[in-house]
Design a protein around this ligand. Structure first.
Ligand code: GTP
Ligand code: MG
Length: 200
């Protein structure tokens, strides 16, 4: 799929203020600093459509971007940022849970996982929660360019082994780098196929 237009629409923490739920929507979520905003910029060929930062906790709101006047990409704040206080964390959980469980046009959640790290409990638990709530998701491994050559062949089998302790099969997964564009075509094709299904 070719991206012709990508425009910021609105930011908020309130599902009732999100754009009308009349087009396919895809959300990006994962630990703080995993590369959600960078991936959105990579997919849309834009340097700073979504705000990026070296410091975790940059994205704080539900951000809607309209793509090709036809579907939405949503950038969400990350979880697991150590410096977040309890009050802030509970607030996050409330509006994110509400968004993920109630947004009718949300067709798939992309859960981003840093390919350099061992499987983390917080991500496994979050995917478990998505499963319990019947929310379709796929895994996007990020920052592949940062892996040592020796890690490139081993991180996925290791992750899969951990997932299969919980799940009967692996969800769809993608391997990406926002630095060099790895995985872009595969992700856009996947979205295009779901969009086509939605319209059929
Ligand atoms: P929060 O909004 O804070 O939750 O973070 P985020 O998940 O949106 O991460 P963001 O896209 O802001 O990226 C965090 C840092 O990782 C930035 O310094 C990015 O430049 C860097 N980064 C993201 N993706 C990649 C990648 O694929 N390769 C490399 N080398 N760096 C990346
Ligand atoms: Mg962000």
């Amino acid at each position: 799929m070719k991206i012709n237009t990508a425009q910021f629409v609105i930011s908020n923490t309130d599902i009732t203020k999100c754009p009308e739920a009349n087009m396919p929507e895809y959300a990006f979520i994962g630990r703080s600093n995993v590369g959600k905003s960078s991936l959105i910029n990579m997919l849309t060929n834009r340097k700073s459509l979504a705000k990026i930062s070296g410091k975790p906790g940059k994205t704080q709101l539900i951000n809607h971007f309209l793509i090709n006047d036809d579907w939405y990409l949503v950038d969400l704040p990350g979880y697991g940022f150590a410096k977040t206080g309890k009050t802030q964390r509970l607030k996050w959980e409330k509006f994110i849970n509400e968004y993920l469980t109630k947004r009718e046009n949300l067709l798939n959640v992309f859960v981003l996982i840093d390919s350099r790290h061992e499987p983390q409990r917080i991500d496994l638990n979050f995917m478990g929660w998505l499963g319990e709530n019947g929310i379709p998701f796929s895994i996007v491994f990020t920052k592949l360019d940062k892996l040592r050559p020796s890690q490139k062949g081993s991180f996925y089998p290791q992750y899969k082994r951990e997932m299969l302790k919980i799940w009967e099969e692996m969800p769809p997964h993608f391997v990406t780098s926002s630095a060099d564009g790895t995985g872009k075509d595969e992700l856009l094709e996947y979205i295009e196929a779901i969009n086509a299904d939605y319209k059929a």
